[in-house]
Structure formats: structure tokens, C-alpha cells
Design a protein around this ligand. Structure first.
Ligand SMILES: Cc1cc2nc3c(=O)[nH]c(=O)nc-3n(C[C@H](O)[C@H](O)[C@H](O)COP(=O)(O)O)c2cc1C
Length: 170
């Protein structure tokens, strides 16, 4: 993928989260840690998917908001768009596994562009569910894109995942 223009788009939530069985306060979200590592390794541009309405810092409150959004098939409004999406060939899309799939903000993001002919490379962080149904869900949202196999990394392992990411990228 060396001569292709690539973008790392990711959603990641800072604040209290379960990591390896206990609540910790993440100042950098797990998915953002991986996004930064992919950026170091690929030199891709970066874009953070952020919602107009932010999620609670509290873990349980966030799970309740996220469950409601999933049940309602919501499309939370995003703060910014990628101006020049047309110029990218490859999009690394990163997110936490929320209730077995992507946060609904990632649905909003994926529905905002035409990914025809582009390659989408998904990855997620999680606490046991791996990619869940997210790869299938991305294929449904972006039927004309080539969606590669994703990489799932457990939240507690993000800081030591450099080797895994490197071999996945190659
Ligand atoms: C709302 C919510 C729902 C979650 N649902 C799942 C889940 O279904 N399966 C799972 O393995 N982990 C789940 N998790 C754990 C996150 O996927 C995990 O902590 C992830 O690393 C968080 O990434 P972030 O720090 O980038 O936001 C959930 C976390 C939250 C906040």
C-alpha cells in the first residue's frame, strides 16, 4: 500500500472504562493508542471521529447511552467531516467494540462518504468480543468498497501491540 494515500479515521472515548476487569481512567482512549501506532508505522493522515454530544465520563452511563443509540439505530451528529475524502485510496477505520459492533457515530461517519473503489481496513479494541459483527456491518454500509480483514486488540494490550500491528499491516 506504499504508493497509496491513506487516512486513519478513528473513534475513541477517553474517561472511565473497563480494562482487564477493573475501571480505569483513560486519558488517551485505547483505540487512539492504536491509531497513533498505525500513524507512526504508515505515515497516514489522521482524523478523529467526534460527536457533537459527548459521551459521559462514567462507564455505566456510557453503556446505557450507547445501548439506546444502538436500539434506535441512531446516527449521532459529528463535529467535523473529511474535506478531501476523494483523495484517499485506503481508509484505516478504528473504533471500540460497543455492544458487539461499532459505536453508532462510526455508522454516521461511514454513511457520510462514497467509498466506492476504496480499501477499508478495520481495527477495533475490545474487552472480549473481538471485531463482533463490525466487519459485516461495514460491508453493508460500504458495499462498493473493498473491506479487508480487521485486527482486534484487547484494551489491556494496546500499549504492547506494536509487533502485532506491524505484522497485520504487512
Ligand atoms: C458503551 C460501551 C460498550 C461496550 N461494549 C463492549 C462489547 O460489547 N464487547 C467488548 O468486548 N467490549 C465492549 N466494551 C469495551 C470497549 O470495547 C473497550 O474498553 C475499548 O478498548 C474502548 O476503546 P476506547 O478507549 O478507544 O474507547 C464496551 C465499552 C463501552 C464504553
Amino acid at each position: 500500500m506504499k504508493n497509496l494515500k491513506s487516512l486513519i479515521a478513528y473513534f475513541s472515548r477517553k474517561g472511565n472504562n473497563y480494562v482487564g476487569g477493573s475501571i480505569v481512567n483513560l486519558t488517551i482512549g485505547n483505540t487512539e493508542v492504536i491509531a497513533n501506532k498505525i500513524q507512526e508505522l504508515t505515515g497516514s493522515d489522521m482524523f478523529e471521529i467526534e460527536t457533537v454530544k459527548s459521551y459521559p465520563k462514567d462507564y455505566t452511563e456510557t453503556t446505557n447511552v450507547a445501548k439506546k443509540e444502538l436500539r434506535e439505530n441512531a446516527r449521532p451528529e459529528l463535529t467535523e467531516i473529511v474535506d478531501d475524502m476523494d483523495s484517499y485510496d485506503v481508509i484505516y477505520i478504528g473504533y471500540p467494540n460497543w455492544w458487539g459492533t461499532m459505536p453508532m457515530a462510526v455508522y454516521t461517519f461511514l454513511e457520510s462518504y462514497d467509498f466506492s473503489g476504496k480499501t477499508i481496513v478495520p481495527y477495533c479494541t475490545h474487552e472480549g468480543s473481538g471485531m463482533g459483527s463490525s466487519e459485516r456491518d461495514i460491508k453493508k454500509l460500504c458495499p462498493n468498497a473493498k473491506v479487508l480483514s480487521g485486527l482486534a486488540i484487547q484494551g489491556g494490550s494496546v500499549k504492547s501491540a506494536a509487533g502485532t500491528i506491524k505484522s497485520w499491516l504487512s
